[in-house]
Design a protein around this ligand. Structure first.
Ligand SMILES: Nc1ncnc2c1ncn2[C@@H]1O[C@H](C[S@+](CC[C@H]([NH3+])C(=O)[O-])CC(=O)[O-])[C@@H](O)[C@H]1O
Length: 323
């Protein structure tokens, strides 16, 4: 379990140390039974990345690491290796002059979330379904003491490890990623803020999901939830057919009023909607780093207010609720 050695030490030294009752055994099991066929290849790419000093670091809209002197050969090597980790969905990043223009401008989402969360100083922060970990770096920018991402997507883990490779040691020690789903988390009751963005609609049982998120929060903790919503009253929930915007695994898209009601039923307090907006094609689009189909292909070509299946086009809300 060398891959997670330092992260497990960080768990032991944190207020989350009771996670060690399950985590090492889960990672062991994952290592033996749940590894993706390509993971070795992806990790090899990460290992081959050149070591360069992180002399200029920005955890802003484009998460950036630069050294004063980078040779062209090193830059080409970085680009070539990182291109083997495509598709890159969540970013953007700039690593020693290599711009990773990801499918999503995840900075747009963060701009909708950040004004409402305040300073995260001193906090233990969990991001459930963190993808490449782009938002983990932004949470560190907001002051978090330690950030913990979980996501079953192993390509995203390799992407996170590649970004972390270039970070200065002091930041590396504060950012962690485990290949787990929300269903693998015990009731830790230890995080000051739990984020879960873009995951609820992928869950078959949204009430169980909200309950699992609540179980991660400390007594005074809060949830920052971002998800697809539809317009409508407290009884409105869209359960699409086989696909929604060509995504196969979409189950429940509630109205914000329905979602607030669910949160209340799960025991959350003071839940409020802090942002609601329609996703533009400038936020999710094909790029050199994700050459497949993207939002413009998922919308009705004659009416961008509808998905290709005729449902309302993607609209997203950010909700903050207290444990
Ligand atoms: N059981 C699960 N437990 C945890 N995560 C899961 C699970 N199943 C899938 N995921 C993960 O949830 C993430 C959803 S993407 C949001 C990324 C980021 N948060 C963003 O807001 O940009 C949104 C989208 O692409 O639709 C993916 O990384 C999955 O691997």
């Amino acid at each position: 379990m060398n891959l997670f050695k330092d992260d497990l030490i960080a768990v032991a030294q944190s207020p989350l140390h009771h996670w060690l009752n399950q985590l090492p055994a889960q990672l062991q099991h994952w290592n033996q039974a749940r590894q993706h066929g390509e993971l070795r290849k992806w990790l090899k790419c990460v290992e081959q990345l050149p070591a360069l000093p992180a002399e200029e670091v920005s955890l802003g809209d484009t998460v950036t690491v630069r050294a004063t002197k980078v040779e062209e050969g090193q830059q080409n090597r970085i680009r070539g290796l990182l291109q083997q980790l495509t598709p890159w969905r969540k970013g953007p990043f700039e690593l020693h002059g290599v711009n990773i223009d990801t499918e999503w401008r995840s900075d747009y989402k963060w701009q909708r979330v950040a004004p409402h969360i305040g300073d995260l100083s001193g906090q233990q922060v969990l991001d459930v379904g963190c993808g490449s970990g782009y938002h983990l770096w932004r949470m560190l920018e907001s002051g978090a003491e330690q950030v913990w991402g979980v996501d079953p997507g192993q390509l995203f883990m390799a992407q996170f490890l590649a970004i972390r490779h270039f970070m200065p040691t002091a930041l590396q020690a504060r950012a962690h990623w485990f290949p787990l789903g929300v269903e693998d988390l015990p009731e830790l009751q230890a995080f000051d803020t739990v984020f879960s963005m873009g995951v609820l609609y992928h869950r078959r049982s949204p009430i169980d999901f909200l309950t699992q998120l609540k179980a991660q929060l400390s007594k005074d903790g809060r949830l920052v939830l971002e998800t697809l919503v539809v317009e409508g009253d407290v009884d409105t929930v869209l359960v699409p057919g086989q696909t929604y915007a060509k995504m196969r695994n979409v189950w429940f898209i509630p109205s914000t009023l329905a979602l607030l009601h669910w949160l209340e039923r799960c025991g959350f307090k003071q839940a409020k909607v802090v942002d609601e907006s329609v996703t533009e094609v400038t936020e999710q689009r094909a790029t050199d780093w994700m050459t497949g189909q993207s939002l413009s292909d998922f919308l009705d070509p004659n009416d961008a207010s509808k998905t290709i299946e005729g449902y309302p086009a993607p609209r997203r809300a950010v909700i903050i609720a207290q444990a």
